[in-house]
Design a binder for this molecule. Structure first.
Ligand code: SF4
Ligand code: SF4
Length: 167
């Protein structure tokens, strides 16, 4: 399980996540195979999952653009917070495919990151996250879910991750 470093109250006042400019945004969370099955078992509408294994954005009722189908726009809360996807837990970190390498990256558009990047607590969190992602269970998870290794632009490279043989 990925621990959270960003306080919930900080995120609730921010509109940086769960909103997308385009329907086919690269930033819409990708789902693990087990998450797709879990969501379907929980009877979420299948239309919430796109053919390419991502959450399928819906039009934003308040303004231009799109939102995650699980964002409660009126109070900025996630309707599936307790079982939100791996990618949502990982953000503002992202697993990035860069010239055939799997790299842990960080989105500098997150205001919490820009305020805290140089703080000791953030550095320690980053180190523990790297250890977690390089554990055998997480390496296996990446091997079984190549769809979550995406190419994101304009992010800060942190470190190349270990990957399974043949990945
Ligand atoms: S951009 Fe950062 S601070 Fe804003 S909601 Fe997302 S994770 Fe929280
Ligand atoms: S599942 Fe929840 S945390 Fe993830 S993008 Fe949707 S509303 Fe945001």
């Amino acid at each position: 399980m990925i621990a959270q470093i960003i306080p919930q109250e900080f995120c609730l006042k921010c509109r940086g996540c769960c909103r997308f400019k385009k329907l086919d945004s690269a930033w819409s969370p990708c789902l693990l195979e087990e998450e797709i099955q879990d969501l379907l078992d929980k009877k979420i509408p299948p239309a919430c999952i796109s053919a390419n294994k991502k959450l399928m954005p819906i039009p934003d009722p308040a303004e231009e653009g799109f939102i995650c189908p699980f964002l409660r726009a009126e109070d900025n809360r996630c309707k599936i917070y307790d079982f939100r996807p791996f990618e949502c837990r990982l953000y503002p970190f992202l697993i990035n495919l860069r010239k055939g390498r799997v790299v842990l990256t960080l989105d500098l558009n997150c205001p919490y990151v820009t305020e805290n990047l140089k703080k000791e607590e953030f550095k320690k969190y980053t180190e523990s996250l790297i250890s977690f992602l390089n554990s055998p269970a997480q390496i296996k998870l990446l091997k079984e879910n190549p769809q979550i290794i995406q190419a994101y632009e304009d992010v800060l490279d942190i470190i190349e991750l270990e990957t399974p043989d043949g990945a």
